[in-house]
Ligand binder design. Structure first.
Ligand SMILES: [Zn+2]
Length: 172
């Protein structure tokens, strides 16, 4: 068994020993390689240099442009299409001012309306009068009417009534 392994090892070692004879060959290849290299360089550079530089110069520029545009995107405000002042609700909205006829984003303010008064009256009737608790609904913004004013001319355009769910125009 050991003899077989030795044979295999010796057989594998034989090719390892054989390479040394190749040492004289490089002297022949040295004479050949310079000729081949000088023949290859004039042909290769014409194709390789013309194609390689252009892809390397292009990539750096697009990222810079895209990064610049990315910084401008947050500044742009996406506005919904203008709605009629009668479609206004309790949030600022884009509408056409009936006074200056400009498309504006309405400014909102809140005033005590019917919803506040009826809520307070209901609490008063129920008997919640201790420490003026029946007046608390007057301070609740979600019950107040929403007044839409024009940021351009400063006039009040419309009032959104919470309890009625409709809009009253100040122009009428
Ligand atoms: Zn206006």
């Amino acid at each position: 068994m050991t003899n077989k392994k030795d044979n295999i090892a010796s057989s594998t070692s034989d090719p390892v020993d054989s390479p040394p004879p190749y040492t004289p060959l490089p002297s022949q290849s040295r004479e050949v390689v310079p000729n081949e290299s000088t023949r290859l360089y004039p042909d290769v550079p014409k194709n390789s240099y013309s194609t390689i530089p252009t892809p390397t110069y292009n990539p750096p520029n697009p990222p810079q442009q895209s990064s610049v545009t990315a910084y401008y995107q947050p500044d742009t405000v996406v506005l919904s299409p203008a709605v009629s002042i009668f479609d206004l609700r309790a949030q600022p909205a884009v509408t056409c001012c009936p006074y200056c006829n400009q498309i504006v984003l309405s400014k909102t303010s809140f005033k005590i309306g019917s919803a506040n008064l009826l809520s307070s009256l209901g609490l008063f009737i129920i008997g919640v009068t201790m420490w003026g608790c029946c007046l608390i609904p007057l301070c609740i913004t979600d019950l107040k009417d929403c007044i839409h004013s024009c940021p351009s001319c400063g006039r009040n355009m419309a009032r959104y009534s919470r309890i009625e769910g409709r809009v009253y125009s100040y122009g009428e």
